[in-house]
Design a protein around this ligand. Structure first.
Ligand SMILES: [Fe+2]
Length: 520
């Protein structure tokens, strides 16, 4: 059976993992190797990904450390500080995989810069990530990289992660608790650290590769282990399992980049059109963006809104593209949002003072389609116009029974509903006797924390509209009007509450005005 050198590397890496080990896994070859081991000889391998998933059992290869299939199948999901401070640093993880741009004869790793001058490198590399911690504290470390004179060098240009430093004693002197990179797996064979000298020596070689091949592709005079042996080729079962894992990847891409995985917010429109084909390059993972039309949303600096001049950037903004990593990260759990979170009037010992209102509406896309499962958060002043916030100290009473914060998740029809108290107008220091018209702040989350839209809802007939530079920073009059809720007699509940209806439209001609910086 024919196989590629990458497949040989992955299979060799998988074979080093023993059943029951805890393994710190990075995306790429390490993830392929760890999942291959789990699918073959090590079903109880415990996979720990840096994003906080412990005991992940993905059926398909995850696309990033934030891929939802990791959290969905994990035994536990913990915070990133816990992964590092509790699991990794005290030595609770058996084995960690590392990649490298350069490695030297003592297993020191460079992923920072190529070149002599840190400030003006020939190539600036991605940097350390969690690698120095892994190299320091995992009980053992396996380094995986292709072998060439450019990658296997006498001295690395920069030590990002310490292997064995200058040789025996270095790790002890530096207080590094793990055993270090005892094994390096390449596309030619396996190098192991000599127990006496800590120097990497050739311990295994792949079928069809000669010692001369290895010498030609190593930047130092590499020694051979006394036990140098040929490593058996991948078995049919190993190859079949590996290929099936890799074939599983595009399906997970398509599933995870579903409706709403766009830069513009929690919208189904413009969802990525990635097909269930093998992802060839990183560029294939770049998600489409949505350019908001000019003249509808407020500019970042609006002279009559004085503090916007101080806050607004003076340089043109640079849009950062979204990749799968941005939209597959962990999201606030919807199951933590309860019905009580949407009623701002019942969360304290007594009832708040003020006019009880129901505020409801739908989150819609440009074609009128419902946007479901969107987390909406609101915050507002109390009936006297005072925020329960430490910087609001203007002379109006706080209400011990009202904190002004609420949240809910839209239902299948895109509906949200809050019960609250009508906020009062409040003064601010923008111009002489400036008062904000009554309003409720709204925030909508999409599928990721990078997808957030923020806006304000106003109440009909407010005499302060004409005097409010924030409201009037929206250039288009009709767009301003779309921020005003509609009084709806059918929504009211007799003797108990008034009702206001306000739909939020994410894009298109009827789009709600948002405060997002780039107009995206
Ligand atoms: Fe406000």
């Amino acid at each position: 059976m024919t196989y590629s050198s990458d497949e040989m590397m992955t299979v060799t890496a998988a074979r080093t993992l023993r059943n029951g080990m805890t393994c710190f896994v990075g995306i790429g070859l390490p993830s392929e190797a760890a999942n291959l081991a789990r699918a073959t000889h090590a079903p109880d391998l415990v996979l720990i990904y840096e994003s906080g998933t412990i005991g992940a059992k993905p059926a398909a290869l995850p696309l990033s450390i934030g891929d939802g299939i990791l959290a969905e199948t994990a035994d536990a999901v913990v915070s990133v500080p816990e992964i590092f401070n509790y699991w990794l640093q005290p030595g609770r993880i058996d084995v960690g995989f590392l990649g490298a741009a350069q490695i030297d004869r003592y297993g020191n790793i460079n992923t920072t810069v190529i070149g002599d001058d840190y400030r003006r490198p020939r190539v600036r590399l991605p940097g350390a990530g969690g690698a120095p911690e892994i190299a320091a504290a995992c009980r053992e470390v396996i380094v995986v990289l292709r072998q060439s004179r450019r990658t296997f060098v006498k001295r690395v240009d920069f030590i990002t992660s310490v292997g064995f430093g200058d040789g025996p004693g270095t790790r002890q002197r530096l207080g590094l608790t793990g055993a270090g990179p005892r094994k390096v797996i390449t596309d030619l064979g396996v190098l192991e650290a000599d127990p006496q000298t800590d120097e990497l020596v050739l311990a295994g070689i792949y079928p069809g590769i000669s010692v001369l091949d290895v010498r030609e592709r190593t930047g130092w005079d590499i020694r051979l282990s006394d036990d140098l042996a040929e490593i058996p080729p991948p078995s049919g079962a190993e190859l079949a399992a590996l290929r099936s894992l890799i074939a599983s990847m595009p399906a997970s891409v398509a599933a995870d980049a579903g409706p709403g995985a766009t830069t513009a917010g929690p919208s189904a429109e413009g969802a990525p059109t990635m097909k269930a084909e093998r992802i060839q390059t990183a560029e294939d993972l770049r998600l489409p963006g949505y350019e908001r039309p000019a003249g509808v949303h407020p500019p970042l600096n609006s002279p009559s809104y004085r503090s916007s001049l101080l806050r607004a950037p003076r340089q043109p903004l640079v849009p950062l593209p979204h990749w799968l990593t941005e939209v597959t990260g962990p999201l606030f759990g919807h199951d933590r949002v309860t019905a009580a979170d949407a009623d701002l009037t019942t969360r304290h010992a007594g009832e708040p003072i003020g006019e009880r209102i129901i505020v409801t509406g739908r989150v819609l896309d440009s074609d009128g389609g419902a946007v479901s499962d969107t987390l909406i958060e609101i915050w507002q002043a109390n009936a006297a116009g005072r925020y329960a916030h430490r910087v609001d100290d203007h002379p109006a009473p706080l209400d011990p029974n009202f904190d002004g914060g609420g949240r809910c998740v839209t239902d299948a029809q895109g509906r949200y509903r809050f019960v609250t108290i009508k906020p009062g107008a409040y003064p601010w220091r923008n111009h002489p006797n400036a008062w904000r018209p009554a309003h409720i702040h709204f925030s909508l989350f999409g599928r990721a924390f990078t997808q957030r839209l923020i806006t304000q809802m106003y109440f009909p007939g407010d005499p302060l509209f004409d005097y409010d530079p924030i409201f009037n920073s929206i250039p288009d009059k009709q767009a301003r009007t779309r921020l005003i809720a509609r009084f709806d007699i059918d929504l009211t509940e007799p003797g108990w509450a008034l009702g206001f209806r306000w739909d939020i439209v994410l894009r298109g001609l009827d789009a709600t005005v948002f405060e997002s910086g780039l107009g995206r």
